[in-house]
Design a protein around this ligand. Sequence first.
Ligand SMILES: [Zn+2]
Length: 319
Amino acid sequence: MTNTGFTAGIDVGGTKCLAVIIDPDNNIVAESRVPTPRGATALIDMVEAVAVELIELSGGLDGIGVGVPGQMDLSGRMAFAPNLDLGDLPIQQLLEDRLEVEIVIDNEANCAAAAELQLGVARGVSDAVLITLGTGFGNAIIVNGDVSRGAFGMAGELGHTVVNPSGPECGCGNRGCLECYASGSGLQWMAREAVERGETTRLLALAGGDIENVRGEHVTRAARDGDKAAIGVIDRFSWWLALGLANAVAILDPEMVILGGGLVTDWDLFEGRVRSHYDKMVLAGPYRPPLRIEPVALGERAGALGAALSARVHKGFAN
Ligand SMILES: [Zn+2]
């Protein structure tokens, strides 16, 4: 066990893994990226290899925080991660058996929320909802100035609330979860549907003529080029996201919604549409302040940074 004031955070995303080392003043002093492998053993091997690299780079770490795209329980067991097709994985124990450093595990969106609370856009905020629009729909809930984990550690899964029981099958086993629509994979699915219906040739051309290659980035590019079908997909996506926001606001009444994830880069394409749909759906709309929506201040590193901060808090180095 060292006492250097340096900790590391490893943000295991659905497709890529981003790791950082922070110094005692919370500055990022090193970072590393690798793709996220499939399967439990490969995942643990990858996190171990990244952790060993970070320990060598830093010359000693006080702790390592790991953010995962799944539900953690309070004992460090990953209960369910549909986007990785994993469940019931005692990830903290498995890593502590291999590494001589304290390991703290949390949901990646919870990590991002912890970072935004301490260093970012949520400083001084009491109640907020954080949403990461990446491959999936990540979510964390901030209540009374802290990340709310629920009774069993598994709160904050707005993405898996069912919004259409006859909708497409979700990775979690249900049908028509919000994540099926309001996520990068949802955007891709809706775009492929539009191509299949023959509504757009521009989207197909951007994807090299292969419908299986149509991705979210093609939708935003085609929409910027004025492609009507792509704009229609953006509007449909925005309707579903607005529905999720209206539901979250009805339950949690947050001061702000913090948006992260890859889709935020193109938020200008979505914002007006999301707000317009949301205003028609939200409960007591005329009697509540306009929804404050802020992008994450810490960008794509929010999750890794939050994981590193969690490792420090856990060690008693909280600022
Ligand atoms: Zn689901």
